[in-house]
Design a protein around this ligand. Structure first.
Ligand code: ASP
Ligand code: MG
Length: 453
């Protein structure tokens, strides 16, 4: 069997829903389990409504109306007036009346707990999976809606619950396996789950990929297909470099490095359960279904020492602390990190010299507070509007001449900080934001546009 997961844009309109049914039809012999996200933009809206209610702003009424209109429109396009459309509209009404109750409660208490937010934010998937299942059934597929909350069991970490694999597996065997055995296609909402006691939870934003991976691992799937709206993971952001190429295969660690840099295709942590069981994950484009996509495996082949992709991230701050007398004295570095830790500010790249330490931070919200604290430890300088550029590959450290090639390509770019050697799969450095695109273009030309060296 396989798992097919369709993201928000792949279920966002009636036309896309129909495309989904076609993709599933093509794969019927492989016994698919289908996982769908909420219609694109719905989860954001649900959360926005909750925040409005918390602020006792009655505009959440509008949010409910918008969500209703969107779903009614999709249902209206997919089904002629009749029993199926009526049933689906009835379900929408039921879920939205529950939503109204929640919003009203949050409004009157002016309090939004993580538990309540989970109940609210998961409603998009509760709306979408029924519509997806009905669409498939209407087009002659043996589809059956299954409420993911009856299958996926998690702990009680509301907002980002973690799966309890043993129980989830037992429930998959009890409820999904028999359906598959009868040739039925189970259709579930991603993102949503419940605790042992049956309280609704979510797996965190973007969590539908995680759902797919958890179900795939639990059922020992042959493959997990993540259907999205791009051709796969690419050598570089195609908006910056039009010559970007699709990567046919990447390893899990490479995918992890790329994801940090905003390759929004998927969050690798979410596919970990699958990768750990040796199940390949394919990223496919629902708008271009015949494209081969990207295959993510525990250990993709490819030559060690080759660059695979260029990634970058803007909005970075570099914090530079120098203390000629005591930098490497015992405990100094620990105190620097404690300052970041106390203000819950994550550090990404680090470089040290005998008398100074440089760090990058991508969430600068609490940087002034960190800075004030660091000032007691040494002289502090902060550079804003910087970018991290990263060359991702494999076996970098063992490859002589690679760093030379990178910096030769960048000879006209001012490199502020370098991190090399901590990971064998990337070489990262910092440049001014204004130079990031130029650096990325130069590197892409060097490694991907001019043939082998
Ligand atoms: N609908 C959820 C979100 O927008 C989960 C997902 O799409 O993966 O975060
Ligand atoms: Mg997603």
């Amino acid at each position: 069997m396989i798992v097919m997961k369709f993201g928000g844009t792949s279920v966002g309109t009636a036309k896309r829903m129909e495309g989904l049914a076609e993709r599933v039809r093509e794969r019927l012999p492989r016994q698919p389990v289908v996982v769908v996200s909420a219609l694109s933009g719905i989860t954001d809206r649900l959360i926005r409504g909750a925040r409005l209610a918390e602020a006792q702003d009655g505009a959440w009424e509008t949010v409910i109306r918008e969500i209703q209109e969107r779903h009614h429109a999709v249902i209206g396009e997919l089904f002629p007036a009749g029993p199926v459309a009526d049933r689906l509209r009835g379900q929408v009404a039921l879920i939205l009346s529950e939503l109204r109750t929640f919003y009203a409660g949050v409004h009157s208490l002016a309090e939004l707990t993580p538990r309540t937010l989970d109940a609210i934010s998961g409603m998009g998937e509760r709306l979408s999976f029924e519509i997806a299942a009905a669409t498939m059934a209407d087009r002659g597929l043996p589809a059956q809606a299954v409420d993911a909350r009856t299958v996926l069991v998690t702990d009680e970490t509301f907002g980002r619950a973690a799966p309890l694999m043993e129980e989830t597996q037992a429930r998959c065997e009890a409820s999904l396996r028999p359906l598959l055995g009868r040739g039925v296609v189970p259709v579930l909402g991603g993102f949503i789950a419940s605790t042992r006691k049956g309280v609704s939870t979510t797996l965190g934003r973007g969590g539908s990929d995680w759902s797919a991976s958890i179900l795939g691992a639990a059922l020992s799937a042959q493959a997990i297909e993540i259907w999205t709206d791009v051709d796969g993971m690419m050598t570089v952001d195609p908006r910056v470099v039009p010559a970007a190429r699709v990567l046919s295969e990447v390893s899990f660690t490479e995918a992890a490095e790329l994801a940090y840099f905003g390759a929004k295709v998927l969050h690798p942590a979410t596919i970990k359960p699958a990768v750990e069981k040796g199940i390949p994950v394919l990223v496919l484009n629902s708008l271009n279904p015949s494209a081969p996509g990207t295959r993510i495996t525990a250990d993709a082949d490819g030559t060690a020492g080759e660059a695979r992709a260029i990634a970058f991230k803007k909005g970075i701050s570099v914090v530079h602390i120098s203390q000629p007398r005591m930098l490497m004295a015992y405990g100094f570095v620990a105190r620097v990190f404690e300052a970041f830790d106390r203000h819950r500010t994550a550090v990404d790249l680090i470089a040290t010299s005998e008398v100074s330490i440089s760090l990058t931070v991508d969430d600068a919200a609490r940087l002034p507070a960190v800075q004030a604290e660091l000032a007691t430890l040494g002289e502090v300088k902060v550079l804003q509007e910087m970018a991290i550029v990263s060359v991702v590959g494999r076996g970098f450290i063992r490859r002589p001449g690679l760093a030379a090639r990178i910096f030769q390509a960048l000879r006209e770019v001012n490199v502020v900080m370098i991190s090399f050697g901590a990971s064998d799969v990337n070489l990262s450095f910092v440049v001014a934001e204004a130079e990031a695109e130029k650096a990325v273009r130069l590197l892409h030309r060097e490694f991907f546009e001019e043939g082998p060296p």
